[in-house]
Design a protein around this ligand. Structure first.
Ligand code: F0G
Length: 460
């Protein structure tokens, strides 16, 4: 076999394994019907390769497991908190660090502290829980992402960027005092894991601060974003991930993090900021929702695992192998002509259900159905990221009809091997050949909040 470029390999070997179970197609068809065609409602025992999410599904290292044994479980003033604080200060650079039980815990606190009812929050495409907390705090989210983000086959290298003109227009129309803050997600989950450039982040920061608007970073997958900057942005090829990440964070005033991603843990979150007044507000609220500011809903051992996970996460070889595994999977599909979002993102491969099931209208939930069909055919579990995830406009009550109607095949960190992705790709390629036999769905149960988690469907 000839190599067209130098191969890469994981910077670790496997010490503990967990058996996988295969099931029959009949069993899976019954299971998905039982689950109302919602992959969130499947039992994980019925799943073969689980690409539902990269959230909390990571494999921890022996270093992390050993740190868990020395976790300090004190109710207040835990030594494990101070260690986490020190590591977060070093790698993210914010002054104040507060753990939360997971990302949405951080979003809840920050939204409550920073949004006055009636204000707008700008951002680069919504994220489900982030927008939900902004709305519950009385805010209205306004998307100011660049148009390329909505084009699944645009090869623009930084499709997560903020459109500076759109943002400036929003400031002009609404007035800076009516904008609570801008939230920058990097990379943008709902756009397919697409990164934000350093140049764009700098411009967003400059414009926001000129108008007295705060910049809040959703730094959940920031290390992946740093990798894309290193690979794609002029001037960063020789800079370490650690340096790039810190520089990126330095343009923001505060950040929320779901530690269940970049930090290689199964649970945890962070809210961080530089402003003492904001920190005081967060500190008074955290005891209502999460716990003492020195544990925020986590056990001492969880904070130890997070600290160790962050140290591992910023190693250049670790993040490179993570993103390149995703790229490997994406390339198998792309080269076979399967419609996916390109460039391939940082945390998963996104099937374009509008093009895959081009015979189904969006209100028949093509991505929801494709995720269900993929499960039935292969036992591989992905999730819908389209009209169901987008929810309804809170004023009109209508569905949002997002441009992107996607099935996300998310790659847990350090969990699966390339062979698992060969198998997943094989089934998707087979399904693509018979794609026009698929029928759509109708929604038969819709929860009030974040409907994609628990909605139920029937086949048409
Ligand atoms: N922000 C982003 C960009 C996320 O992807 C998530 C979670 C959160 C915030 C919320 O964090 O789950 O710890 O409360 N994303 C998961 C996913 C659920 O599957 O993409 P959380």
């Amino acid at each position: 076999m000839a190599f067209d470029r130098k191969p890469w390999a994981e910077p670790y070997r496997i010490k503990v394994v967990e058996p996988l179970k295969t099931t029959t197609r009949e069993h899976r068809l019954a299971a998905i019907r039982q689950a109302g065609w919602n992959t969130f409602l499947l039992h994980s025992d019925d799943v073969y390769i689980d690409l539902l999410t990269d959230s909390g599904t990571n494999a921890m290292s022996d270093g992390q497991w050993s740190r868990m044994m020395v976790g300090d479980e004190a109710y207040a003033g835990s030594r494990s908190f101070y260690r986490l604080e020190e590591v977060c200060r070093k790698y993210y650079g914010y002054k104040y660090i507060m753990p939360t039980h997971q990302g949405r815990g951080a979003e809840n606190l920050l939204s409550k502290c920073m949004i006055r009812p009636g204000q707008y929050v700008a951002g680069n495409m919504y994220f489900t829980t982030t927008r939900q907390h902004q709305e519950l705090a009385g805010g209205t989210f306004v998307d100011v992402i660049i148009d390329e983000a909505n084009n699944s086959f645009s090869d623009y290298p930084f499709k997560g960027n903020i459109d500076i003109e759109k943002y400036e227009r929003l400031i002009g129309e609404k007035g800076a005092e009516n904008i609570a803050y801008i939230t920058v997600g990097a990379p943008v989950n709902m756009a397919g894991g697409q990164p934000v450039s350093m140049e764009n982040m700098r411009a967003v920061s400059e414009l926001s601060h000129r108008h007295g608007i705060k910049v809040v970073l959703d730094a959940t997958r920031n290390i992946e974003n740093a990798y894309f900057i290193q690979q794609r942005e002029p001037g960063y090829a020789e800079r370490s991930i650690e340096e790039i990440n810190r520089e990126f964070c330095s343009y923001s005033d505060a950040a929320t993090v779901s530690a269940k991603k970049d930090l290689y843990v199964n649970i945890g979150g962070l809210v961080m900021c530089n402003d003492g007044e904001l920190y005081d507000q967060l500190r008074s609220l955290v005891v209502v929702y999460e716990g003492m500011p020195t544990y925020g809903g986590l056990a001492g051992r969880d904070m130890e695992a997070m600290a160790e996970g962050l140290i591992e996460a910023v190693q250049d070889d670790m993040i490179a192998s993570r993103v390149r595994q995703v790229e490997y999977f994406g390339n198998l599909l792309h080269e076979a002509g399967i419609p996916i979002v390109t460039p391939i993102g940082g945390h998963g491969v996104f099937l374009d259900a509008k093009r895959f099931y081009d015979h189904l209208p969006q209100d028949q939930f093509p991505a929801q159905k494709l995720a269900g069909d993929l499960y039935v055919e292969s036992g591989v579990r992905g999730m819908e990221r389209g009209i169901v995830s987008a929810g309804r406009n809170k004023e009109t009550g209508d569905h949002y009809y997002p441009e992107l109607e996607l099935v996300r095949l998310t790659v847990p960190r350090r969990v699966y091997t390339q062979a698992h992705f060969d198998v997943a790709a094989y089934y998707i390629i087979e399904m693509y050949k018979n794609r026009h036999n698929a029928r759509g769905l109708r929604m038969v149960y819709e929860p009030q909040f974040l409907r994609f988690f628990q909605a139920r469907f029937e086949e048409l």
